[in-house]
Each structure stands twice: as C-alpha cells, then as structure tokens.
Design a protein around this ligand. Structure first.
Ligand code: ADP
Ligand code: MG
Length: 227
C-alpha cells in the first residue's frame, strides 16, 4: 500500500527574539505525516509542540524550511491561498475549546461548512451526524457553557473535521480534562480518525493515550525524533 504524505515539514526553523539574541525552538525539524496515520507528539512543556503544530497548520510561518500540505509547498503562497488551505485541508483542535459561546453545539459545527459554501441543510445534516458519532447528539442545541469539558472538546473535534480535512492537528486536546473524560474523548477522536482516513498529529502529555497511536515522536534539540 502506498501511503500518501498529507503533511511534510522539511528543515523547519523557528527562532523567537529574546533580548539581544534568539531563542531557537525548531532547528531544522523534519517530519512526514501520512493519510490514515495517527502520530502522538509527546514532549515536555516549552519544547515547541505548539510552535510546531501552528507552523504545520499554517497559523504561523517558519523562519526557515518548508511546509507541504498534500504535496503543495505553502511557504510562498499568498495569504488568501494559505487561508483556503487552512479551511479546506486542515482541522485544528486546541486545549481550550474555542467554540463560539453564543451558538449551539450544532451551529458551531455547521459554521466552517457554511463558510466553505455548503448549503445550510447539508451542513446541518453533517453536523448532526458528527455529533451522533461523538455520542453527544442529545446535546445538539446546547451552548458551550451548558456542556461539560469533555462534551465541549468533542464538539471542538467535530467542528475541526466538519469540512473533511486531510490533516487534523490537535494541541493537547485532552490536557484540560480529568483522566476518565480524557480517555473517552481520545477514543472518540481516534475512532473518527480511523473511520475518515485523515492524518492526525496530536500533542499530548498522556503516555497511555500516546501508546494507542500508530507512532510517537518527540522534540529533541529542535528536531522531531521518533521514540
Ligand atoms: P510547548 O507547546 O511544547 O509547551 P511552545 O511551542 O508553546 O512549547 O513554546 C516553545 C518555547 O517558545 C517556549 O519557551 C515559549 O516560551 C517560547 N515561545 C512560544 N511562543 C513565543 C512567542 N510568540 N514569542 C517568544 N517566545 C515564544
Ligand atoms: Mg503547547
């Protein structure tokens, strides 16, 4: 089986200015993520997990190196093209859910689809199916403040995959949850990834959850290494 490279980082550099010098976080990081594959990113705080995910998700630009999404080099693309790729090909889940507080769970999942130009009825149908899949169909009309932390994160995951992205990037998506809740949110996330064939990279401190994924990588001296 030939695996398609969904995301490729080559020689990625990131240096934050710090006083007179620079704090070098990524120093030529290479990484490839294939369709249908789940990879855990496990590294101590401050090593650059969020930086790496933000660069991979085209939310930030690296100081050097290249980010390819589905074979397309994204560094020199104009902002509108990067935004389009981010909308269509990348789903992002944060540690804090970032759901829109004035909208219901269902509406939050419909939103990216409507922005992508889908008809309302279709967006609603897909949002409802995703909520069912995440086993929170009965919470469709609740606003984020009326949901538990685990439910909020499941809505955030459903929203991230609403446009059927190629790549899912999650930055400590269960970091805020108690272990039991983290376990079933992670399970739902994994099932969704397996079922949809997307490529997922998930930063987590939880070694048990990381053990469920296909591969584990860490950041060492500014580079991505398998372990
Ligand atoms: P992690 O997600 O692994 O905890 P981060 O990628 O958030 O690590 O941060 C890596 C390092 O870069 C940290 O030391 C952090 O303080 C620093 N850093 C992150 N973002 C910035 C920024 N915008 N400006 C300066 N330093 C930053
Ligand atoms: Mg982080």
């Amino acid at each position: 089986m030939t695996k398609r490279v969904a995301l490729q980082l080559t020689g990625v550099e990131r240096h934050y200015p710090q006083g007179e010098t620079f704090l070098s976080i990524l120093k030529g990081a290479d990484f490839a993520l294939h369709s249908g594959e789940t990879v855990a990113l496990v590294a101590p705080s401050g090593t650059g997990k969020s930086t790496l995910l933000q660069i991979a998700g085209l939310l930030e630009k690296p100081d050097g190196g290249e980010v390819k999404i589905n074979g397309l080099s994204c560094g020199d693309l104009p902002d509108d093209k990067r935004t389009a790729i981010r909308r269509n090909d990348i789903g992002f889940v944060y540690q804090f859910h970032h759901l829109l507080p004035e909208f219901t769970a269902l509406e939050n999942i419909m939103m990216p689809q409507l922005i992508a130009g889908l008809a309302k009825a279709e967006a609603r149908e897909r949002a409802a199916a995703l909520l069912d899949y995440m086993r929170i169909g009965h919470r469709a009309d609740h606003r984020p403040s009326e949901l538990s932390g685990g439910e909020q994160q499941r809505v955030a995951i459903a929203r991230a995959v609403a446009n059927a992205p190629l790549v899912l990037l999650a930055d400590e998506p269960t970091g805020n949850l108690d272990p039991e809740t983290a376990g079933y949110v992670f399970e739902a996330l994994e099932a969704l990834v397996r079922q949809s064939g997307l490529a997922a990279m998930i930063a987590t401190h939880n070694h048990e959850l990381a053990g469920l994924m296909d591969r584990r990588v860490t950041i060492e001296d500014g580079k991505v290494v398998e372990f």
